[in-house]
Design a protein around this ligand. Structure first.
Ligand code: KG4
Ligand code: ZN
Length: 335
């Protein structure tokens, strides 16, 4: 048949995921989250690799079964080549290469950051080109000008920490556990966002820096707790609301500058932090004032998942962009 059926694998960080896409429609997006990292307050690379190794076969089996697809139906195998943790990426890359070799079908490499943006094309409504995407996750913070499915340009990015890291590290200081982003989001809903001020770092052009504010939060809390040991407990809602407000403000001031400069009419959020309700509301509000249309994927496709890898792979298949067996994982892969 002429159907394009692709199995896609994502293993760049702490989610082992497999998805099936048929003619551009995601039939199944199976995600196995690794809980082993929780007690360590962050992802432990070696443990992530081992968990991927354990999960990958059952995860692929389940995705195929749920989608009602047999291995004879597959047209190609896609995998996340990077960026991500080397040991984690190697599991997905090796598995995908072996399976493509065994079945005698083509192999497609996908850039994880491009895939976060391609998540916008899984479900309606879909943005039209060109649009400006703010990709915010635990590992990345980028402003990307998207000119076509396979043509995008990073116009600004963080020079140090990702914004998700700033959320997670702040949560860790506050004793909220990992991952802390969702916990800050929840607590911030009942807090006063302007009660505490944190110095926001100004960067040239459209770049970001989040290491300064993280340190400022750490020192602020240390000083306040010295004066009052119950400071955090008493003010948790206001503290989290103020931290979230400062981070969102940094993100959106820069993003607005970039969107005005490039005169885009459509804007989008991608990556795990786009789940943040404060960020969604603030962007939607800003967009209304600026006359932009806003696009945010369903939560399932915001955090790491193979559905977005499959979507990117579908366009690569159409463009005949395949790779050979010599391909290997690329931890610092760029857009
Ligand atoms: O895209 P993702 O699943 O993994 C990476 O590629 O990094 O993003 C995970 C990040 C974590 O830092 C997590 O704390 C953050 O997304 N996150 C949130 C929220 N939900 C997830 N941050 C703030 N508010 C949320 N609601
Ligand atoms: Zn990601």
């Amino acid at each position: 048949t002429s159907d394009i059926v692709i199995l896609a694998i994502e293993s760049s960080c702490d989610e082992t995921s497999a998805a099936i896409i048929a003619n551009g429609k995601v039939l199944n997006n199976y995600i196995a989250t690794q809980s082993v990292h929780e007690i360590y307050g962050g992802v432990v690379p070696e443990l992530a690799s081992r968990a991927h190794q354990q999960n990958i076969v059952p995860v692929v089996d389940l995705a195929m079964k749920n989608a009602g697809i047999k291995k004879e139906d597959l047209s190609a195998i896609a995998f996340t080549r990077g960026p991500g943790l080397l040991g984690a990426l190697l599991v997905g890359a090796s598995f995908a290469k072996s399976m493509a070799l065994a079945l005698g079908i083509p192999l497609i490499e996908v850039n994880h950051m491009e895939a976060h943006i391609m998540a916008h094309f899984i479900e309606d409504p879909k943005p039209s080109f060109p649009f400006l995407c703010l990709t915010v996750s635990g590992g990345h913070t980028q402003i990307v000008l998207v000119e076509d499915h396979l043509k995008m340009q990073v116009i600004g990015e963080t020079r140090d920490d990702a914004v998700g890291e700033a959320f997670d590290k702040s949560a860790k200081i506050l004793g909220l556990g990992y991952p802390g982003g969702p916990k800050i989001d929840k607590l911030a809903k009942d807090g006063n966002p302007t009660r505490f001020n944190f110095p926001e770092t100004e960067m040239p052009g459209f770049d970001y820096s989040f290491s300064g504010i993280k340190t400022a939060i750490l020192y602020f809390l240390r000083d306040e707790v010295k004066k009052d040991p119950d400071f955090v407990e008493k003010n948790l809602n206001d503290i989290t609301a103020s931290i979230q407000h400062a981070l969102i403000n940094m993100l959106l001031q820069k993003f607005r500058k970039a969107a005005r400069k490039h005169k885009v009419k459509e804007v989008a959020l991608a990556g795990g932090v786009s789940a943040n309700s404060g960020l969604r509301n603030a962007l939607t509000e800003m967009a209304a004032k600026e006359g932009w249309q806003t696009f945010i994927p369903a939560f399932e496709y915001c955090t790491d998942n193979a559905g977005m890898i499959a979507m990117a792979a579908h366009y690569k298949f159409l463009a005949n962009e395949f790779v050979g067996q010599e391909v290997s994982a690329l931890p610092r892969m760029k857009i």
